[in-house]
Ligand binder design. Structure first.
Ligand code: SF4
Length: 464
């Protein structure tokens, strides 16, 4: 069976698609590079932003119009009952059992067989001839083939207890929970053997990683424990550094209030830990942060960034900012503009606030008009671009190490890239990849650079 995966939304969703792919590979399926060649298309959708939700809806409609008979499944937090007219819907809380469900192995999910009477996976058996779809959660993660083997998005934590006023995630993904450190280590060791050069640890709230230490499974002398017997994120990072040799380890994103001194010290001392943090800001106005229910002030944020910059060489910070939160005044927006300028972010993902039904902010008065949201978003993006340019310019003439991912005909449209020396080549592919501090770099080459860590000098900044 050839499967084509489509992922919308955040890095966590990407990590979850990787798990689904691993499982598919374990079950003997192949991956298709296009929907037209696939026997089955699986959409992992997202509803965190309106945009992600709209993209998935649009994809479903277009796909169904083009391929009326093709086998289509939608899962993820954007999967809704109304999608049943286009696809088989597997709700997000059943996503980890997706293959069991579509194979008819689980009796609790009749919805799938109703929606897809011609289920091609019905009675599908594993390569061993067994109909065993259990116990493969992450263990088979790196037995996958065909996914590039460069950068592995790996989920270590799920759920969130924060309930920020604008966010639907805690209702969709439930309470915070973490995966066992020994499983994580085993999977990263497998990833190393499979050739991955970088692992990105993902989670809804990765800074809240916490797992009860089981002394029979781990030699505690090798790691670090807290007094309450829980392994925190710094403890997990310490173990990964000790037990694996993967060259790069990155965090997907983290809240400012989740940094500990131990975590910062680990980053200061270990070059394998990528000097890049995506630290969610959301607003540079303290009054808005309070209304959002965020647990830090702009002063806390600025102090943290100062500390990171003083301890970790060449660290870069990226962030998310929401503009047009209910009641956001001109003054509050101006404070955010000022703060973004002060912090000097390498990248700011700007989101226009959109009400999510079921959240506190959706019921707040003084919703901001689309026109003002758009104006503020444009202004913020302009500022972001200006700051980014000035940071990137500082890299011209500097030598950096890049992990090249696959060649693409054109670089991703929303990134500026810093181009390195092309050794005089005029033909070949354009390879792009990232420095450890998350600057996107491209290089023209006739040789295959995929999955290689290469040092070279930055030549110029180009915009794509
Ligand atoms: S920390 Fe806030 S924004 Fe992030 S997932 Fe949890 S509730 Fe949503």
């Amino acid at each position: 069976m050839k499967i084509f995966f489509v992922t919308f939304g955040c890095r966590l969703n990407q990590a979850e698609t990787e798990k689904l792919k691993a499982e598919a590979a374990h079950l003997g399926h192949q991956f298709s590079t296009s929907e037209s060649e696939a026997d089955m298309v699986i959409i992992n959708s997202c509803s965190v932003t309106d945009k992600a939700q709209r993209e998935a809806d649009k994809y479903l409609q277009k796909f169904r119009a083009k391929y009326p008979d093709k086998h289509l499944i939608i899962t993820g937090c954007g999967a809704r009952d109304e999608h049943k007219k286009y696809a088989a819907v597997i709700k997000n809380d059943s996503k980890s059992d997706l293959f069991s469900i579509i194979a008819g192995a689980s009796s609790c999910h009749s919805e799938y067989s109703e929606a897809e009477p011609r289920n091609p996976l019905k009675n599908y058996r594993t390569q061993d001839g067994e109909r065993d779809f259990s116990a493969r959660r992450s263990a088979k993660l790196v037995e996958m083939t065909g996914s590039g083997r460069t950068r592995l998005m790996y989920k270590v934590q799920d759920g969130c207890d924060n309930f920020c006023a604008y966010c639907i995630v805690p209702y969709l993904r439930g309470r915070e929970r973490s995966f066992p450190a020994d499983e994580i280590i085993r999977d990263i060791q497998k990833a190393e053997k499979a050739g991955y050069k970088e692992v990105v640890l993902c989670g809804v709230n990765v800074g809240k990683y916490s797992f009860p230490v089981n002394t029979t499974r781990f030699d505690l002398a090798q790691g670090r424990t807290l007094q309450n017997g829980n392994q925190d994120l710094a403890g997990l990072m310490g173990l990964i550094l000790k037990e694996t040799k993967i060259p790069r380890i990155r965090l997907s994103s983290i809240n400012p209030d989740d940094f500990t001194n131990e975590l910062i010290d680990l980053w200061a001392k270990n070059e394998r830990l990528c000097p890049h943090f995506h630290i969610s800001l959301q607003s540079g106005s303290d009054t808005i942060l309070k209304r959002m229910g965020r647990k830090y002030t702009t002063q806390d944020y600025a102090d943290l960034v100062k500390k990171l910059r003083s301890k970790i060489p060449d660290v870069q910070i990226t962030t998310d900012v929401i503009v047009g939160f209910p009641g956001e005044t001109e003054e509050e927006f101006a404070e955010t503009v000022e703060f973004v300028r002060e912090i000097n972010f390498l990248k700011v993902h700007v989101f226009r606030y959109s009400p999510r039904e079921g959240t506190r902010a959706a019921k707040m008065r003084d919703q901001i008009s689309d026109k003002i949201k758009k104006e503020r978003s444009v202004e913020m993006q302009g500022l972001e671009s200006e700051i980014r340019q000035s940071i990137l310019k500082q890299y011209i003439g500097k030598e950096v190490e890049v992990l090249f991912e696959q060649a693409r005909p054109l670089p991703a449209p929303h990134f500026e890239i810093v181009r390195g020396s092309s050794s005089g080549l005029t033909r070949g592919s354009i390879y792009s990849g990232f420095t450890s501090n998350y600057i996107k770099v491209s290089k023209k080459s006739k040789k295959d650079l995929t999955n290689q860590l290469i040092r070279y000098k930055i030549e110029e900044i180009i915009k794509d």
